[in-house]
Design a protein around this ligand. Structure first.
Ligand code: GUN
Length: 282
């Protein structure tokens, strides 16, 4: 058996075409969705992510602005930029690219963003709503993973989903969204004693730890659905995930490639949240 590739790039392209139509409908009532991205410092990976987000915005007709601040920006200055954007009627979504330099508290920044403009879905109010299953902005990577599973007609309800990684951005919320979809969820992390004993029980295995090719064929159950959130470089400098794709490909039933799997879905869900926010303009 060769695993079916879950093509995030293709699903993202389909969704972009739909969003373009929604954005042109909104334009008829004089609304252009607006996204503000704040980047602090010169981290190369962050700059690449931010550029991709802006490029995609442009493609679907979302107006995006970038505030690129120096690495020594104080928390106070950053908070004043957020305050200004919270009060800007043309801005529907605010995204502060993480990680931030160490003089700035990420939590303080996340909590300063108006929950109505928190298109990342990181604000504690939105996280609370996600946990209770209320409609709200969902974190983009976890939401993109659920969309990809549904588009691939993977049965989530009743499955055993194992999440490796417990970050606030991916691991914790993806487990919650899988639970909301009626999976039985187990979290694994760096202190998990026997990782393999748990990952081999997974019907759906989500790996988000940032360790190149951590998961091998011995770590998965035959027929498992594998979601690889990793974005690493292998020993030859080639992009690779947290899962050893070539090793597990013949054992898994479905797998997300890296690149072209989860990544494009993250940006897509960000655009959807921004359009949704524009629709809520009063
Ligand atoms: N850094 C890595 N992923 C993300 C994300 O989804 N949102 C933000 N704001 N920063 C990130």
């Amino acid at each position: 058996m060769t695993a079916e590739r879950m093509n995030g790039k293709e699903l993202a392209a389909t969704k972009h075409a739909e969003m373009k139509v929604r954005v042109s409908e909104l334009a008829k009532s004089g609304i252009v969705p607006g996204l503000a991205v704040i980047l602090v410092g010169d981290d190369q990976a962050s700059q690449t992510y931010v550029r991709s987000k802006q490029k995609m915005c442009e493609k679907v007709g979302i107006h995006s602005i970038l505030k690129h601040l120096p690495a020594d920006t104080t928390e106070e200055v950053l908070l004043s930029h957020i305050d200004e954007l919270n009060n800007d009627p043309e801005i529907d979504g605010i995204l502060v690219q993480l990680p931030l330099p160490k003089q700035i508290s990420e939590q303080a920044v996340i909590e300063a963003i108006s929950p109505e403009k928190d298109v990342d879905g990181f604000h504690p109010i939105n996280i609370g709503k996600m946990m209770t299953g209320e409609k709200t902005f969902l974190p983009c990577t976890p939401h993109g993973i659920i969309e990809l599973l549904k588009a691939s007609e993977v049965q989530i309800a009743g499955s055993h989903a194992v999440v490796v990684g417990r970050s606030n951005i991916v691991g914790k919320p993806v487990g919650q969204l899988l639970l909301n979809e009626h999976a039985t969820v187990t979290y694994c992390h760096s202190r998990t004693v026997d990782l393999r004993a748990i990952t081999t029980q997974a019907d759906i295995l989500v790996v988000a730890v940032g360790i190149a090719k951590l998961i091998k064929k011995e770590d998965i159950k035959p027929g498992a659905v594998i979601i690889d959130v990793g974005m690493n470089r292998d020993e030859n400098g080639k992009l690779c995930g947290d899962v050893d794709f070539d090793d597990v490909e013949d054992i898994a039933s479905h797998i997300t490639p890296v690149p072209g799997g989860v990544g494009p879905m993250t940006i897509t869900m960000l655009l959807e949240n921004t359009i949704e926010s524009a629709l809520n303009r009063s």
